[in-house]
Design a protein around this ligand. Sequence first.
Ligand SMILES: [Zn+2]
Ligand SMILES: [Zn+2]
Length: 366
Amino acid sequence: MSIDLRSSESEPSPSGQSSPSSTADQRTPFKTYKKTLNPIRELGNKLKTVPSNGRYYDVAQDILGIKTGLSNVFLVGAPGSSQWVLVDAGMPGSANLIVSTAARRFGANVPPSAIILTHGHFDHVGSIISLCRRWDVPIYAHTLEMPYLTGRSSYPPPDPSVGNGLMSLLSSMYPKKPIDLGHRVRVLPPNGLISQLPGWRWMPTPGHTPGHISLFRNDDRCLIAGDAIVSVRAESLVANLLLTPEMHGPPMYFTPDWHASRESVRAIAALQPEIVATGHGIPLYGEEMQMRLGKLARNFELEAVPDHGRYLRGPAIADESGVIHVPPSQPQPGVSGAMILGGLAMGLALGWMAGPRRHREWRDLL
Ligand SMILES: [Zn+2]
Ligand SMILES: [Zn+2]
């Protein structure tokens, strides 16, 4: 099977750009696509993931997801259209992938109308500087995310002690320095509407970061949730490699405000989305997803909040200038660089050698 990237198979026009009308029939409407190709993975737990092909996710007729290493970006716009928007900018080193995929889907030299950032963590802005060199387009983010996108403040430090996974343990090594997008980055309009993205509205979903946002389209109840919720156990390296679908709270090690995060998940659940595309993991859809999202919102403390950790008693506090208070760190006995590297090697070995089902109890700890 192949996902419609409006790829090299499509006929270019004499000008080198394809016209939308000539390729409208090449689109892959979500429901038709499901019926004809039926590549949907229905696992034992009945969580349904959207059709995927390698690193590409067919989220909806006009939404293509791309997995860039550990995190996802989304191209929102009908194949062949000259109007499209990029949501998030992926891991470092992903610019060529994003640009070439966009060229195949929308035509050569068709930049997005805008780039919208759900938040500024390194795995969501990793390629934005490179993308800016090629595309002179506005970038939008929430006003409370600006300090981390204009070089003014680092995020609160991660908490490697939570989540029981190698991704958590390694989190102290992740890039923390803010990037500086200067004048290119603009504050999202306060009314929830973005002119470049008709039919959608943005909503604040803080907790994972102070200015985290999600995007929702009422027509098909599609939600792009960033890291407010994720569809994989983000703390686990093996889960990230296997992309085992889950309905999961935000990555624990990078979430410094659990109260705000809970309110955000409740707001997301209240939308009753039918498709959920998250910053990590394969996008989910369907009744089982909705049921689990409701359960996550109701049982947030039990399902999403760690039972210990730096940000449990009180959150990191931030304002429009950046972080102004961080709770003291908690001792983490016995966690050394050597242990982390050793664990990483063991995790990789076990993850690939043990197969998809065996030794699950070991893999879940990695
Ligand atoms: Zn994040
Ligand atoms: Zn992320």
